[in-house]
Write a protein that binds this ligand. Structure first.
Ligand SMILES: Cc1cc2nc3c(=O)[nH]c(=O)nc-3n(C[C@H](O)[C@H](O)[C@H](O)COP(=O)(O)OP(=O)(O)OC[C@H]3O[C@@H](n4cnc5c(N)ncnc54)[C@H](O)[C@@H]3O)c2cc1C
Length: 550
């Protein structure tokens, strides 16, 4: 193990217990981590300080709660001062569980482990594996990844970087305006037309690539490996990911086709607080990463980026036509294409989309406007979450709404958080009527709807969350839709044309036998992560029924 490998720190004042923890940690993690033991809280804090001085990463603290003078919680608190993303666990006796529970709030404890933890395969490793996997996902060692050289306000560069970020592929931006950017261009023999320029730790640079070329190069797979599948799932949001997990785990040849990045809308959420099993919330990116790993582990094939342009009915099969011209044949289809934000209509918005004006938000957009005034349009929960997220990057976030207050459209817990946050203000009875800027957003014109007065304000970023439309244009007239484009299924269906089986449509089955629908794109869905995952899983049950009929 090399000197600067990430560390797992075990702390217990009882030598026998400390030896046992160290032994179990070494057995499982010593190939990637250095395991260090401390016999007291004081010793642990001194060790943490030494590690921080040397720049050694600390991944996990496993500390006994009940130690004289300095407790486990004290050790964790001290580790947080140097390592804000360290994973935190307490070792507790039954009698200490109250202290452990209050530590969940105090130091955002990730877990407490009851002593004794035998057998570790059941009581220790599953918990620690999860925490370590999380830590590794966000840990960035010295940078060896993709470098992107571009001009500052390049829309193609922004889109490709967003694509990398959504697919959780790390990259570093280098501007052509700095000496490093210019010398990288020279070394790659590139001129301005070749931007954005992508450089990799190995192999030739990519000059002004398409999304597909970039995807190919970073190891994403956008072409199916087989011509036919039992079930194809269109859209890898929570509903599609759940359908893929259940389909593949139940032995179906499963392909999951995603146009942009796994996670869908949920992938844009900085913190999902109402999804069962995550008391401190879970970021959409984390949830998507876990679900994607789960689906592919069971053998589902994930294609990304791959867009389905149309579906042809060739009973009993469906032929999917993809944007790259390829086709996939499937016996059953689950449509989980979700919803996308409606566009806001005002002068300047279309031209500046991607260079200051955004639909939805992510870390990359927030980071590129750090310290600047940011505006959020919309009064729903996603707008509220976005405003709170953006307040981590600037102390000037304004929510612009046409109504008088947020109370009718936003959950109370978000309203409370917004009220308690000094960086966020609400501009009620107002509307964005124009966006201005040469090559990027510089200012907005906001109308006071009561006074009828327009005011121009300086703006770095505008983030729009104004209702959603179903992503069903590509279905043309294959399925019955409601008047807003959402897909009808089961008992919501009207009179059927071309329904050629003896049975009635199954729940979640659309107006063509063998085509199922789950998640936000379904007429009447509850538009929540839990609803989407539940429906995705349930759809697979009906896929089995359909396959049995074939
Ligand atoms: C910012 C934000 C915060 C949210 N916060 C919460 C929250 O805290 N709690 C909660 O319960 N819910 C929350 N939601 C709602 C939740 O994210 C959605 O209900 C959920 O994501 C719906 O999942 P889905 O799989 O049905 O669709 P989506 O998540 O919309 O996914 C659909 C996927 O299909 C893909 N797709 C579409 N058309 C095609 C095509 N033709 N070919 C290939 N792929 C295609 C899209 O690229 C997309 O990835 C939030 C939503 C947003 C936007």
């Amino acid at each position: 193990m090399i000197e600067n490998s990430p560390v797992i720190l075990a702390v217990d004042d009882e030598p026998v217990v400390l030896r046992a923890v160290e032994r179990d940690l070494r057995k499982r993690y010593s190939d990637r981590f250095r395991i260090i033991g401390a016999t007291s809280g004081d010793e642990a804090i001194a060790t943490i300080e030494q590690l921080a001085l040397r720049g050694t990463p600390l991944a996990l603290v496993v500390a006994d709660q009940r130690m004289p003078k300095v407790t486990g919680v004290d050790v964790i608190r001290s580790s947080l001062a140097h390592y804000p993303s360290v994973k935190r666990t307490l070792l507790t006796a039954y009698a200490d569980s109250d202290a452990a529970i209050s530590a969940i709030n105090d130091v955002a404890l990730d877990h407490y482990i009851m002593k004794p933890w035998d057998p570790p395969e059941e009581k220790l490793y599953p918990i620690l594996d999860d925490l370590i996997e999380d830590w590794e996902a966000s840990y960035r060692p010295t940078f060896h990844g993709v470098r992107v050289v571009s001009t500052e306000w390049s829309r193609p560069a922004f889109e490709l970087k967003a694509f990398l970020a959504m697919n959780q592929l790390p990259y570093r931006s280098v501007s052509v305006e700095v000496p490093e950017g210019r010398s990288l261009m020279e070394a790659a023999d590139a001129d301005l037309e070749d931007l954005p320029l992508f450089l990799f730790p190995e192999g030739e640079p990519l000059k002004n690539p398409t999304k597909e070329e970039l995807a190919d190069r970073v190891g994403l797979k956008s072409h199916a490996s087989a011509p036919a599948y039992d079930v194809a799932i269109i859209g890898a949001g929570p509903a599609g990911l759940a359908a893929a997990v259940y389909g593949a785990s139940e032995g179906l040849e499963t392909v999951l086709i995603e146009a942009s990045a796994p996670g869908g809308q949920a992938g844009q959420s900085s913190l999902i607080e109402n999804y069962l099993g995550f008391p401190r919330g879970v970021s959409g990116a984390d949830l998507a990463r876990r679900a994607q790993a789960q689906a592919t582990r069971f053998g589902a094939e994930l294609l990304v980026p791959a867009r389905v342009d149309s579906v042809e009915r060739k009973d009993p099969y469906k032929i999917l036509h993809l944007a790259d011209g390829s086709t996939i044949t499937t016996k059953a289809l689950v449509v989980t294409s979700g919803v996308a934000y409606r566009r806001l209509d005002a002068p300047g918005l279309d031209e500046l989309t991607g260079t200051g004006v955004y639909y939805g938000t992510s870390h990359i957009e927030a980071e590129s406007h750090r310290g600047q005034p940011m505006y959020v349009v919309g009064g729903g929960n996603s707008a509220g979450q976005a405003a709170l997220f953006l307040s981590r990057f600037t102390d000037e976030v304004t929510i612009v709404i046409r109504s008088e207050s947020l109370s009718k459209t936003m959950s109370q817990y978000l309203i409370d958080n917004i009220e308690a946050n000094d960086a966020v203000t609400v501009s009620a009875r107002s509307q964005v009527v124009e966006a201005r800027g040469a090559d990027h957003l510089e200012s907005l014109v906001i109308r006071d709807l009561e006074a009828g007065i327009d005011q121009e304000v300086k703006a770095g970023g505008l983030f729009i969350f104004i209702g959603q439309r179903a992503q069903t244009d590509w279905l043309e007239d294959l399925l019955q839709l409601d008047e807003r484009g959402f897909i009808l299924a089961g008992s919501d269906l009207g009179p059927l044309v071309g329904w050629n089986t003896d049975r009635e449509p199954l729940p979640l089955e659309a107006s063509v036998p063998g085509v199922f629908v789950a998640g936000d794109v379904r007429h009447g869905s509850i538009r929540r992560v839990a609803g989407a995952t539940g429906e995705g899983a349930t759809a697979i049950r009906f896929v089995h029924r359909h396959l049995a009929d074939l």
